[in-house]
Design a protein around this ligand. Structure first.
Ligand SMILES: CC(C)(COP(=O)(O)OP(=O)(O)OC[C@H]1O[C@@H](n2cnc3c(N)ncnc32)[C@H](O)[C@@H]1OP(=O)(O)O)[C@@H](O)C(=O)NCCC(=O)NCCS
Length: 181
């Protein structure tokens, strides 16, 4: 996994007010700007990101979302159904993948909005929501914990994705009590 984690700052000295972003399903017209955002935030070539995002937008059982502030694209995230992996045996299910917020727009609630939107979409289809996160990505681990994700197991790869730090965490969020489908 090629990722540049945000610096881990659990208690920032200064905070921006939360921003009012519009979260919507991405269309193919969004692909170039989403690819540029991914290349800027995570590294790699925009053309490769464009291919990946184009495929994600065209896949069945998947949802790609964007977050925009006054028309500016500031965030991106994926959700897709993955069958059980034949090698690392990560379970079948709906997975949240690839959430990225433009570094200039972080810590204003946009990652949370993208997560909530995708969890609502999954819960219309299945009760469990899954994700996997590099063990050293503490900002993302904290974000997902706030949305009810709990540790299932640790591994060197999940669904074929390896982690630059050597280890990742598989997490699952179950519906709040009384809301099981
Ligand atoms: C992880 C990421 C998506 C978070 O986006 P964001 O818009 O900044 O997140 P939010 O503002 O919604 O933060 C929600 C909570 O997540 C946690 N969090 C987010 N960024 C954090 C940071 N840098 N340090 C510590 N905790 C953090 C906090 O608990 C935060 O709540 P708080 O602000 O009330 O303390 C963003 O940092 C990012 O794009 N990182 C690089 C890509 C990445 O690692 N993606 C995740 C792959 S699994």
């Amino acid at each position: 996994m090629d990722l540049r984690n945000a610096a881990y700052i659990p208690q920032p000295a200064e905070r921006h007010a939360p921003v009012s972003a519009v979260v919507a399903e991405a269309t193919l017209a969004d692909v170039p700007v989403l690819a540029a955002l991914q290349a800027r935030a995570r590294g790699g070539a925009a053309a490769e990101w464009a291919d990946r995002i184009h495929r994600a937008c065209s896949r069945e059982h998947s949802l790609v979302v964007t977050a925009k502030v006054d028309g500016e694209t500031v965030g991106y995230a994926n959700t897709e159904f993955l069958p059980e992996h034949p090698v690392d045996h990560a379970p079948a299910g709906y997975y949240l993948t690839g959430v990225t917020v433009d570094p200039a727009w972080r810590r204003r609630g946009i990652g949370g909005l993208l997560t909530r939107r995708r969890m609502d979409w999954v819960r219309e289809r299945d009760s469990a929501v899954w994700c996997f996160i590099a063990a050293d990505n503490r900002p993302s681990l904290d974000l997902h914990r706030e949305f009810g994700f709990r540790h299932v197991r640790t591994g060197a790869s999940f669904h074929g994705a390896e982690f630059a730090c050597g280890e990742g965490r598989l997490l699952r969020a179950d519906p709040p009590r009384g809301r099981e489908t």
